[in-house]
Design a protein around this ligand. Structure first.
Ligand SMILES: [Zn+2]
Length: 322
């Protein structure tokens, strides 16, 4: 089991600066070793026989001492089957985690010197997928929940803009007396009770106090073990951003980020990936160390299932260059 409470040491577990990064990961072998260390933090385990002893082969795989089965350190990770060197992947991750406002495909393409914009785009989607791992801890305590409409999203690829708005559900922990904790975002099809309750169940620990507005979609929260705190905005003397400051702040930041970093050119179909990146960044916003962000991303990347190119683009052509 991996836990964020496990504190890696700067300069020992992850590089602190670009100079250190380049020293640490100057060869393919060094990258592979680092990857193995993260993947088998609690020791190697052969997927065939459960053996705990293995030897490296010339091809960079591990051969089980008991059953001779060879295991590639990248199999079962987002790097599985890649034809590009790990050094390049590490660079991509360093680049992405060093962009204060998030990376876009064009920036990544330039940094890595890719001939193809599409390759950079697919890499970004793979890495975004690794940013939010499944089975993560749910929010707890006092949590504000609301929805926001993300507009002007580009639908599909033909460059055709639609007026269709996309609904994003927001949950954010509120610290008393001030400040925000972690955030969860979800792309919901509508604002029905079914959609919203499903989002809350995925995002918030039962027993938490869920602060919402008067929308009836939240009426059944208590049936699922939540304590609902309801503020009917129309009857409140205070404006919405005062009564529910968390969700309003997150909604504003999210929209600005989508417009700024991605020029709003985010297709509704891929919105989940962008929400994942936003969540990853927001929940680690107090981490001043870029090296630690890099480390967290790599750690999650080696524990994220590979996603094929076809699965990522959904069998449809790629978006236009932005
Ligand atoms: Zn074995």
């Amino acid at each position: 089991m991996r836990e964020e409470s496990w504190h890696p040491v700067p300069g020992v577990d992850y590089p602190r600066t670009l100079v250190e990064f380049e020293e640490w990961f100057s060869s393919e072998e060094a990258c592979l070793q680092f990857l193995c260390r993260l993947r088998w933090r609690y020791g190697f385990r052969c997927p065939g026989c459960g053996g705990e002893k293995a030897w490296p082969t010339i091809r960079g795989e591990l051969r089980c001492a008991a059953c001779q089965r060879q295991t590639s350190p990248t199999s079962g990770t987002i790097f599985q089957g890649t034809t590009k060197p790990l050094r390049l992947w590490f660079r991509a991750m360093w680049h992405i985690t060093n962009q204060k406002f998030g990376a876009n495909a064009l920036g990544l393409q330039r940094t890595l010197g890719f001939g193809s914009y599409q390759t950079a785009w697919v890499w970004l989607q793979k890495l975004r997928r690794a940013m939010v791992r499944s089975g993560r801890e749910k929010l707890s305590g006092l949590v504000e929940v609301d929805e926001t409409y993300v507009g002007g999203l580009e639908e599909g690829v033909s460059g055709r803009h639609t007026e269709k708005k996309t609904i994003v559900a927001i949950a954010v922990e509120i610290h008393v007396p001030r400040g925000f904790g972690r955030v969860r975002l979800g792309h919901v099809p509508d604002v029905s009770a079914q959609s919203l309750l499903q989002f809350v169940q995925e995002a918030v620990e039962p027993g938490s106090v869920v602060h919402t507005d008067g929308w009836k979609g939240y009426d059944d929260l208590h049936k699922w073990g939540y304590v609902r705190k309801k503020t009917v905005l129309s009857s409140s003397p205070e404006p919405a951003h005062v009564v529910m400051p968390g969700v309003h702040r997150i909604a504003a930041l999210l929209k600005r980020w989508l417009l700024g970093t991605h020029q709003g050119a985010v297709s509704a179909r891929h919105l989940d990936y962008y929400l994942d990146e936003y969540t990853f960044r927001f929940n680690r916003r107090t981490s001043r160390s870029r090296g630690l962000l890099f480390y967290r991303l790599l750690d999650q990347a080696v524990h994220t299932d590979p996603s094929s190119y076809g699965k990522i683009i959904g069998g449809k052509p790629l978006p236009p260059q932005v």
